[in-house]
Design a protein around this ligand. Structure first.
Ligand code: PEP
Length: 253
């Protein structure tokens, strides 16, 4: 069976100026330097990317962006392309976060172009999927996940699927303090893995699928011990280097 190195990724959202980011990384690096068998990532605002890549160089911390355009260049005012990120030595990009879907109208159609564009530039996509509370309550969780995985990954060849990281983020758990139960997280993530397996058993064995939604140092050990959970996408608790490094430690006990 393939072994999957856990990934703990912090999503800063629209927090931290460059000087705040510098202070953060200087505090984080010594706290995660001894953690082995775990990948650590921070997903930072565009304006922090260059400084974070420089400060994290040679460490175990990978730097991700939080959005990208699907075209390599063009007349798209205000947008950033995947080649622009890879030239900065950025490691990857978070795509399809529910805040981008809900607040900025990001569609599955757009994601179907962004995911392959990210891979073509040598970047790792972390694709976020997940259901609303209404969808869960009406028994629509699996339908939602099947649609999102089907549409967003339609343009990715089977041989490339293992390079996509998927984050299962139930929307009702994001920023609410209402973490999914271990049973809910395991069930949804096993379902996503089965969707990948239907396309490529090899990719399903290798692809990392994270849980995201109110992960904190105290609930991380139980979630990260679940058989199909390969790490966490962490919002609020990633903003403090101490709590984030405690979550990293929970993935590499
Ligand atoms: C997120 O923004 O992806 C997230 C999971 O946020 P939080 O951990 O704060 O719920």
């Amino acid at each position: 069976m393939a072994t999957r190195t856990p990934l703990i990724a912090g999503n800063w959202k629209m927090y931290k100026t460059e000087s705040e980011a510098e202070q953060y990384i200087q505090a984080l690096l010594p706290r995660v330097s001894t953690a082995t068998d775990v990948d650590v990532a921070i997903c930072v605002p565009f304006t922090d990317l260059r400084a974070m890549v420089d400060s994290a160089r040679g460490s175990r911390v990978e730097v991700y962006a939080q959005n990208v355009h699907s075209e390599p260049q063009g007349a798209y005012t205000g947008e950033i392309s995947a080649p622009m990120l890879s030239e900065l030595d950025v490691h990857g990009v978070v795509l399809g976060h529910s805040e981008r879907r809900e607040l900025f109208g990001e569609t599955d159609k757009a994601l179907a172009l962004k995911v392959p564009a990210t891979l073509s530039a040598g970047l790792v996509p972390i694709l976020c999927v997940g259901e609303t509370e209404v969808e869960r309550d009406s028994g629509d969780t699996e339908r939602k996940l099947r649609n999102q995985i089907g549409e967003d990954l339609a343009g990715v060849a089977d041989e490339q699927l293992a390079h996509v990281v998927i984050a299962y983020e139930p929307i009702w758990a994001i920023g609410t303090g209402r973490v999914a139960s271990p049973e809910q997280a395991q069930e949804a993530i096993a379902f996503i893995r089965a969707l990948i397996e239907a396309r490529s058993p090899e990719a399903a064995a290798r692809a990392r699928i994270l849980y995201g939604g109110s992960v904190k140092p105290d609930n991380a050990p139980e979630l990260l011990a679940l058989p199909d959970v390969d790490g966490a996408l962490v919002g609020g608790a990633s903003l403090d280097p101490d709590s984030f490094s405690r979550i990293v430690a929970a993935a590499a006990p």
